[in-house]
Design a binder for this molecule. Structure first.
Ligand code: DON
Length: 301
C-alpha cells in the first residue's frame, strides 16, 4: 500500500508540473533541472519504499545542519545553548537583522547564523578536514553507506558567492560567538552543506532520529527528542508553522530541495524536488509530505 502511495505521489508531482524555482544564489545549483522528484520511506519494521529519481544524488545543504547539531550537542552538551537559542526566528534562513538585536546569539541552530555557530563548536580547535571527516563518518554510519561525499564544486561555488554568510560570521565573531576565524568556520560550513546524498541514503540516515529502529541508536533518546522538537519548530525557517500545520511531523529542509522528516517510532522519510517555494523549501517535496501524512494519518499531533 505504501509503495503504491509513493508512486502516486511521484506521479502527482510530475502531473502538477508546478516545480518552483531552484536556488540561484549558489551558481552551481542554479543549473539543476527543477522537474525532478524522489521520495524514500524507511519504516521501523525494517521495510523500505522508494519512488521517483531515487538514485540521483542532490546537495543536502541545510539538511546537514541536523547532523552538525547532533555532533555539536555531543561535544558541548547543554553548554551549546549558551551560544545559540531554541526559538523559531520567523525570518529568512539567512537574515541578518535579528542577530544584531539579540547580541550575536542566533535564534536557533538551523538558520544560517546558528548553523555557523554549531559548525564552529564541532570544529573546536581541530582542522576543518578532520571535522568534515567526522561529519561524513557520522552520516555514512547513519545511512549504512560509505558512498556519501562532498561536492567540491558546490562548496567552492558557495564560498565565492557567500558574502551574506561572511557578514553573519564576521558579526558573530565581533560578538565573541565565533571562536575560529571566519574562513575556517565558513569553509567547514560550506563543505558540509555541499554533501550529496540520494533520498534512499537520506531516509536511511534519518533512522537515528526516529526511535524504534534496531541498531540505529547513535545518540540518546533525550537528544533525539530535542533535535526533533527543533526540526518541528524551526526546520523550515519562516515556513515552519505552515509545515507543522500541513504536514504534522518534524522535518528539515535544504535549498537543494531536500527534506528529511521523521515520524517518531513509525518511519523516517526523505523527499527531494529541487524547485523551491518563497521560503526556500522544496515546493513539491512539501506537497508530497502533506499528501503522505493525510493518506497515512502519520502525525505527532
Ligand atoms: O548557507 C546557505 O545559504 C546554504 N548553504 C544553506 C541554506 C539552506 O539550505 C536553507 N534551506 N532552506
Amino acid at each position: 500500500m505504501l509503495q503504491a502511495l509513493l508512486e502516486t505521489l511521484d506521479r502527482d508531482a510530475r502531473q502538477r508540473n508546478d516545480w518552483g524555482q531552484v536556488a540561484s544564489y549558489i551558481p552551481e545549483l542554479a543549473s539543476i533541472d527543477p522537474a525532478q522528484f524522489a521520495i524514500s520511506v524507511c519504516t521501523v519494521d525494517g521495510q523500505e519504499y522508494h519512488a521517483g529519481d531515487v538514485q540521483v544524488p542532490f546537495s543536502i545543504q541545510s539538511v546537514s545542519k541536523v547532523f552538525t547539531l547532533a555532533l555539536a550537542l555531543g561535544r558541548l552538551g547543554g553548554r551549546l545553548w549558551e551560544r545559540v537559542g531554541r526559538e523559531p526566528s520567523g525570518r529568512a534562513f539567512n537574515s541578518i537583522v535579528q542577530l544584531e538585536r539579540e547580541q550575536g546569539i542566533p535564534r536557533n541552530p538551523f538558520i544560517n547564523a546558528g548553523a555557523i555557530v554549531t559548525t564552529d563548536a564541532v570544529l573546536g580547535q581541530r582542522a576543518p578536514r578532520e571535522t568534515l571527516g567526522e561529519i561524513l563518518s557520522f552520516l555514512r554510519e547513519a545511512a549504512d553507506d560509505s558512498d556519501v561525499h562532498i561536492n567540491e564544486y558546490v562548496a567552492r561555488s558557495e564560498q565565492r558567492t557567500g558574502d551574506r554568510n561572511y557578514a553573519l560570521a564576521h558579526f558573530l565573531r565581533s560578538c565573541g560567538n565565533l571562536h575560529n576565524d571566519c574562513d575556517r568556520a565558513l569553509g567547514t560550513y560550506f563543505h558540509h552543506c555541499a554533501i550529496e546524498m540520494t533520498t534512499v541514503q537520506l531516509a536511511r540516515a534519518a533512522r537515528f532520529l526516529c526511535g524504534g529502529f534496531r541498531g540505529h541508536r547513535m545518540i540518546g533518546i533525550e537528544r533525539v527528542r530535542s533535535i526533533n522538537a527543533l526540526m518541528m519548530t524551526c526546520g523550515h525557517y519562516d515556513g515552519s508553522g505552515e509545515f507543522a500545520y500541513r504536514v504534522g511531523f518534524p522535518g528539515k529542509s535544504g535549498v537543494g530541495g531536500g527534506i528529511m522528516a521523521v515520524v517518531p517510532n513509525v518511519a523516517s522519510i526523505a523527499v527531494w524536488s529541487p524547485g523551491l517555494d518563497q521560503y526556500g523549501n522544496s515546493k513539491q517535496g512539501t506537497k508530497a509530505l502533506e499528501s503522505l501524512s493525510k493518506a497515512t494519518g502519520w502525525s505527532v499531533f
